[in-house]
Write a protein that binds this ligand. Sequence first.
Ligand SMILES: C[S@@+](CC[C@H](N)C(=O)[O-])C[C@H]1O[C@@H](n2cnc3c(N)ncnc32)[C@H](O)[C@@H]1O
Length: 145
Amino acid sequence: MICSDINPYAVDLVKENFNVNKSNLKGSIDVRLGDLFSVLKKNEKFDVIIFNPPYLPIDKKDIIEKHDWIDIATNGGIDGLKFIIRFIIEVNRYLRKKGRAYFVFSSLSNRTKLNDYLKKSELKSQIVTSRKYDCETIDVYSLFN
Ligand SMILES: C[S@@+](CC[C@H](N)C(=O)[O-])C[C@H]1O[C@@H](n2cnc3c(N)ncnc32)[C@H](O)[C@@H]1O
């Protein structure tokens, strides 16, 4: 399994968690630091790709160049789609023929724009599970050939 994040602290924590729990786990992990798919070689393909992106939309007035790690973990841009759109556009290159990709989406984000990108994508899509909270619904979308 390959895991990745742009945050070096997150990468270290994944390694630490794996080491603490490895007696209960099968296989090994390869943890990589970097921006989305840039951590992968072109010939690396997967049956399952899971992305829990920074998915929260932010107000225009909140756009300041602060960029601490919490902001980087949560800030999905004005429409909440900054990383999800990149994922939809790039993921197919790394998916095996019968593979599935999954990403998290908040109902606070722009679903109309998301649907436009999903329609344009070469992949099919469906919502596979949803959970309602007080102020938002979280959906998990699946992308597949
Ligand atoms: C909502 S958190 C998810 C954290 C964790 N992976 C999980 O599922 O609980 C989003 C994560 O995306 C990472 N991230 C933000 N921008 C990124 C980028 N350009 N490339 C890779 N990871 C990024 C953040 O550092 C943060 O750890």
